[in-house]
Design a protein around this ligand. Structure first.
Ligand code: NDP
Length: 395
């Protein structure tokens, strides 16, 4: 039995992970599940899966969680506060941690799991974008294993099987991008949050859906791929592939390109990571090649999708920049979702934040968190300035 702590159980990745776990009761059991504030859904999960612990990171929600667990008849112990996230992520009874919290909020428990030598299934790309080498070193020092959940990185992991990466077998990694809901659009004015989160191929949480619409998601993935597989930015390319059937590719030294294909369903990479190196049923539908039609490819347009270029620039500049990029993006996306910032201004807020942040390379998690806090402060000021300017223009 593999005992799992599922960080971010009430989210989209959380739901897909629970679906795969439910298909294999003989293999997996839940040690702990966590959420930020969603107590009712968390209690529902506990009634069904009966984990030992349920955690809400917002301590004020702890009494409500206790009540909801009692009402649902779940035999689960309720815990509250951010420290409890790290506690259940490194508990000795837990073998595997699925890191599926959204944003930099997932960094500390993800690092705790890495240091404790857990098998770490990483969906929370923002953790590696913020911490870079610190996370990779923590996995090494802890003696555990890091497996990607992001479909692109799972695809690359599968394509690289057996390759001597250090031996220069590989020419480049090719990440595919759907292009998001605004792939063909030239005018980004007047975009609403509902339009931005309506992804053509994937159903995901709201933050990553907006990131997909700006192509920042692909930028974060380039940074993630660089750390997970040890490739310089020059050896990581992005190609827009609107059908999302090829999840990513590896080009080898001899010119061969190996691709991983499948229906766009996150249960596939989750099942791959949960059972690795074995293969188990994920519930994903088979790919019907006779109904696929054509698979198409195009280059991303860096002028319309500035966020992708900003991510490459930050990766070249180091972890202080990627941490600031991530923080500014989180602030800008939240402001857009709350209708305080126009979609077209997300990239500008990030770019201006990066221009003003000057921090040395972080050597500790505390230094990363300080960069994150500084960049957030700056980005919030920039958003507020834009809010004020636009309400004055309307008067
Ligand atoms: P969701 O928004 O659907 O879920 C986020 C989860 O994190 C929820 O359980 C939420 O709890 C919890 N959470 C939010 N804020 C905090 C916080 N401050 N502290 C602790 N917990 C918090 O996100 P997704 O499932 O879409 O994405 C999760 C991660 O996986 C992201 O990093 C994303 O980039 C990555 N990913 C997602 C994919 C997808 O298909 N969705 C694909 C590839 C990667 P609550 O419900 O209480 O708010």
């Amino acid at each position: 039995m593999n005992a799992i702590t599922l960080l971010g159980a009430t989210g989209s990745i959380g739901a897909s992970t629970l679906d795969v776990i439910a298909r294999h009761p003989e293999r997996f059991t839940l040690h702990a599940v966590t959420a930020s504030r969603s107590v009712e859904p968390l209690a529902g999960i506990c009634a069904r899966f009966r984990p030992r612990y349920a955690v809400v990171s917002d301590p004020q929600r702890l009494p409500a969680l206790r009540q909801a667990l009692a009402a649902a008849g779940a035999p689960t112990v309720a815990l509250g506060g951010p420290e409890a996230l790290a506690e259940v992520a490194c508990a000795p009874e837990c073998d595997t941690v699925v890191a599926a919290i959204v944003g930099a909020a997932g960094l500390v428990p993800t690092l705790a799991a890495a240091r404790a030598g857990k098998r770490l299934l990483l969906a929370n790309k923002e953790a590696v974008v913020c911490a870079g080498r610190l996370l990779i070193d923590a996995v090494r020092a802890g003696g555990g294993q890091l497996l990607p959940v992001d479909s692109e990185h799972s695809a690359i992991h599968q394509c690289l099987a057996g390759a001597q990466i250090a031996g220069r077998d590989v020419r480049r990694l090719i990440l595919t991008a759907s292009g998001g809901p605004f792939r063909g659009r030239t005018d980004f004015s007047g975009i609403t949050p509902e339009q931005a989160v309506a992804h053509p191929n994937w159903t995901m949480g709201r933050k990553i859906s907006v990131d997909s619409a700006t192509l920042m998601n692909k930028g974060l993935e380039v940074i993630e791929a660089s750390w997970l597989f040890g490739f310089a930015p020059e050896r990581i390319d992005v190609v827009v592939h609107p059908q999302s059937v090829i999840h990513s590719m590896v080009e080898f030294a001899d010119g061969s390109v190996v691709a991983q294909l499948g229906t766009p369903d996150m249960r596939t990479p989750i099942a791959y990571a949960l059972a690795y190196p074995e293969r188990i049923d994920s519930g994903a539908a088979s790919l019907d090649f006779t109904r696929l039609g054509s698979l198409t490819f195009e280059a991303p347009d860096p002028r319309r999708f500035r966020c992708l270029a900003l991510a490459y620039e930050a990766l070249r500049a180091g972890t202080a920049r990627t941490a600031a990029l991530n923080a500014a993006n989180e602030v800008a996306v939240e402001a857009f979702l709350e209708e305080r910032l126009a979609f077209a201004e997300i990239a500008a807020v990030i770019e201006e934040t990066l221009a003003a942040v000057a921090a040395p390379e972080p050597q500790t998690v505390e230094a990363v968190l300080a960069i994150d806090a500084d960049a957030r402060r700056l980005a919030r000021r920039l958003v507020a300035g834009r809010c004020q300017a636009s309400s004055e223009a309307q008067r």
